[in-house]
Design a protein around this ligand. Structure first.
Ligand code: HEC
Ligand code: HEC
Length: 233
């Protein structure tokens, strides 16, 4: 899949060449049938590139990897940013950056296509960085989170509760802290955010860390990426 996209990128530059009959590793019919690219619909590559400045692992100061989150949740959150339910709270600088980035997304069709695109990608393995007490985290998860996010962290779309088993652990903790600290879920019409805020505020900072360490160890669907050890001298 990734290899295919690599080829696609190479091919895009060669589109003219293809047209002239020069050819490329993949024929045009295969290009059109690639699901991720079809999902992009009417979103231009430049818009997607703008998203990827922050939503990839390239930058130090970045947003979360979005790959593999459900389409309905991505679309809901993009609508929250577009309408100002999220992304207008000055206490959350990262959130306001994301709010500003929504200027690039002009239509509902583009918003839907972006949600479909990221949902079509496989969740990405990541390096676990949050440490905590797994037993304490497991106990809190069972009593305070599972009713809404499911026993395996798979989410419950029927109550608009997202999965928590695909996101990076640092991002889960970052968002839990933001709910607890009035940086997310404060807009009066953000019903889901307000509900989640109450759940996060009920736990101490340490307990939030334990819960995330448990989720990343036992519920996350991707295997942990290990840091590559520096070569021995
Ligand atoms: C300037 C950096 C930046 C750009 C550009 C950007 N984002 Fe974001 N995005 C973020 C950050 C940071 C967050 C987390 C916000 C927070 O902490 O509240 C975020 C959050 C999100 C979320 C919510 C994720 C979740 O699980 O809650 C979605 C969806 C999203 N971005 C999609 C996009 C799309 C699509 C684009 C391109 C149109 C884009 N972003 C462009 C930085 C950016
Ligand atoms: C009453 C139901 C409910 C409970 C209990 C609950 N959540 Fe949530 N959670 C939600 C909903 C709804 C959202 C989406 C909120 C939004 O739109 O901001 C959410 C969002 C989240 C997010 C943000 C995900 C993302 O990618 O943006 C995280 C992380 C999270 N919950 C973790 C937890 C943890 C950990 C617990 C237990 C301490 C918990 N939740 C308890 C309903 C709940």
């Amino acid at each position: 899949m990734r290899l295919r996209r690599f080829f696609l990128r190479q091919c895009a530059g060669l589109a003219l060449g293809l047209w002239l009959g020069v050819g490329c590793a993949l024929g045009p019919s295969q290009v059109v049938s690639t699901p991720a690219v079809t999902a992009l619909g009417q979103v231009g590559q430049s818009t997607l590139d703008a998203c990827m400045v922050c939503h990839s692992t390239r930058e130090m100061q970045r947003g979360p990897v979005l790959d593999g989150q459900p389409e309905w949740y991505l679309a809901e959150q993009l609508r929250n940013f577009k309408s100002g339910r999220r992304g207008k709270n000055l206490a959350n600088r990262a959130g306001t950056l994301m709010g500003a980035a929504m200027a690039k997304v002009e239509t509902e069709a583009q918003l839907a296509a972006l949600a479909r695109y990221f949902a079509s990608l496989k969740p990405k393995p990541f390096i676990r960085v949050i440490r905590g007490d797994i037993a304490i985290g497991r106990a809190h998860y069972a009593t305070r989170c599972a009713s809404c996010h499911g026993a395996s962290g798979e989410g419950k779309p029927e109550i608009e509760s997202p999965p928590v088993n695909v996101q990076e652990d640092w991002f889960l903790l970052d968002q839990l802290r933001k709910y607890a600290n009035d940086q997310r879920g404060v807009h009066p019409s953000d019903a889901g955010g307000l509900m989640m805020k109450a759940a996060a505020a009920a736990l101490s900072q340490d307990d939030l860390r334990h819960v995330v360490a448990y989720i990343a160890k036992d519920l996350t669907v991707t295997p942990p990426l290990q840091k590559v050890a520096p070569p021995k001298q």
